[in-house]
Structure formats: structure tokens, C-alpha cells
Design a protein around this ligand. Structure first.
Ligand SMILES: [Fe+2]
Length: 276
């Protein structure tokens, strides 16, 4: 039956299956991360909530795949065997096994408890962005081929992933600070900003390098200031003379031509006087 899918539905089922495979993989990863986040109640709660979302997304994808005449398979490899439902059980089992195998690896990584959580959060953020990409492409594909139901489903799931990604982006700096608290002694945190170990050398370099630009900047500031004041004065004179001209030209139109000539001569006299 699934073999009879047309090109449109085959492509939809293929993309939905890719997203389904990712959701199934993340179910296992999230469960492992929840166990490791016992010390952080808010983070742990958010992971639990997202695990529920993830399971619901997998079910939603499975349902939509069936409605389109396909079969949900937790395999990321696209191809006709996935679409037709003929994907081997071995492939699906391998995907799940891989996800489960990652959990103990995640428990081992990191130099301390805080860093372990940080590494988990970074992995989660990476996964959320992959999912956002999955759902964005599904929504676009579905819209392009007139499948409103699939487009709506993908849009809804993408927003859930985006909310999780936003949470993680706020969490990662907090977890990084926790690593600093846990692993870097307070004295070294202060020294880090001034330079440590090679304290005297960097300090001298930085002070001398600061002094030089300061001199340059003060002299370079003085020059533009002079330029600016002289350049401001000239337009001001031009503006006042140019304003006077129309006023006189209105009062005596006949003499208006003579006055500009005088004012130009006066201006040239002034400029020669300045030059001398
Ligand atoms: Fe998800």
C-alpha cells in the first residue's frame, strides 16, 4: 500500500520520518539528562516538560505519516525503503541503540558536575536547532505541495523547539558561570582580568601601548577641532552675508546688483588682509 505513494506524499513521509527519527533519539537523551540535572530544579523541570513535548511530537509525526499512507520508522536515512515501510528492523534498532549508548557517555564527560550539565545543555541546543531545521523544511515542503495539515503540525512543533532553544540559550551562560565557581578559585578569577603568571610583562606592555595611542589621539583630536572651528566660522559668514543680500535686494531691486559686487570686493579685501 505504502509503495503506491506518489512523489508528493513520498517526499512528505520521508521528511516526516527524518523528524520522527530525531524525536525518538532525543527521548533517550533527554531521559538521561533529566537524571543528571537533579541539582538544578528549574532546568530539570524544563527537560521533563520537553520530554513530554518530544514524545507527543513523535506520536503526532507517526499519526501524520500513517494518514499519508506511510510508516513511521526511527531511521534518519532517506530512501525508498523508509517511505515504503520496508526499512529493516535492524536499522531502527540501531538508531535507538545509538541514542541509548550516548547516555552513559554524557554521564562521563566534563571535568565536574557543573561542566557535565553545561555540555548536556550545549548538546541539547544543537539538537533543538537541528529539529528547528527539520520542521522548517517540512512546513515549507508541505506548504509548497498544498498539505495544510502537515504544514500546521510542523509549525506548531517548530515553535516548541524554538522555545526550548531560547530557554537553553539563557541557561548556558548560567551553567558556564557555575563551572567557573566550581573549578576556578576566586583569586584566579580576579587575576585573569589583569593577567597572571606573566603579570609584569603584559602590564608594562599594556601601559606603554595605552600611552602611545593616547598621545596620538589627543593630537589627532586637536587638529580636527581646529579644522572644525575654522570650517564652522566660514559658513557662518557666508550665511550672514547671503542673508543680508536678499534683504537689500528686496528693498531696492535696482541697486541689488551693485551691492553683491561691493560685498564680494569687501570679502576679497578681508581675505587678503587675513592672508597678509
Ligand atoms: Fe522535539
Amino acid at each position: 500500500m505504502a509503495n503506491d505513494l506518489n512523489a508528493r506524499d513520498s517526499k512528505l513521509v520521508q521528511y516526516l520520518n527524518e523528524a520522527y527519527g530525531k524525536e525518538k533519539e532525543l527521548e533517550a537523551a533527554l531521559q538521561a539528562h533529566i537524571k543528571m540535572a537533579a541539582s538544578r530544579a528549574t532546568y530539570r523541570k524544563r527537560l521533563q516538560d520537553h520530554l513530554k513535548e518530544t514524545k507527543a511530537q513523535a506520536k503526532g509525526l507517526e499519526r501524520r505519516i500513517r494518514q499519508l499512507g506511510g510508516k513511521a520508522e526511527a531511521a534518519n536515512l532517506p530512501g525508498p525503503e523508509v517511505v515504503s515501510g520496508a526499512a529493516s528492523k535492524a536499522t531502527a534498532a540501531a538508531t535507538k541503540a545509538m541514542a541509548v549508548a550516548k547516555a552513559p557517555v554524557h554521564a562521563l564527560r566534563g571535568t565536574g558536575e557543573a561542566e557535565k550539565l553545561l555540555k548536556n545543555a550545549k548538546t541539547e541546543l544543537w539538537n533543538e536547532h537541528e529539529e528547528i531545521g527539520n520542521y522548517l523544511s517540512i512546513e515549507t515542503l508541505a506548504t509548497a505541495v498544498g498539505d495544510r495539515d502537515t504544514a500546521k503540525l510542523a509549525r506548531e512543533f517548530r515553535k516548541q523547539e524554538e522555545r526550548m532553544a531560547a530557554f537553553l540559550q539563557k541557561l548556558i551562560p548560567q551553567l558556564t558561570k557555575a563551572v567557573v565557581t566550581e573549578e576556578v578559585p576566586p583569586a584566579e578569577r580576579r587575576a585573569a582580568s589583569n593577567g597572571s603568571g606573566t603579570r609584569s610583562r603584559p602590564a608594562k606592555r599594556s601601559s606603554s601601548s595605552r600611552a602611545k595611542p593616547a598621545k596620538r589621539s589627543s593630537s589627532s583630536r586637536a587638529k580636527p577641532a581646529k579644522r572644525a572651528s575654522s570650517s564652522r566660522a566660514k559658513p557662518a559668514k557666508r550665511a550672514s552675508s547671503s542673508r543680508a543680500k536678499p534683504a537689500s535686494s528686496r528693498a531696492k531691486p535696482g541697486k541689488a546688483r551693485a551691492k553683491p559686487a561691493k560685498s564680494r570686493a569687501a570679502a576679497s579685501r578681508r581675505s587678503t588682509a587675513r592672508a597678509s
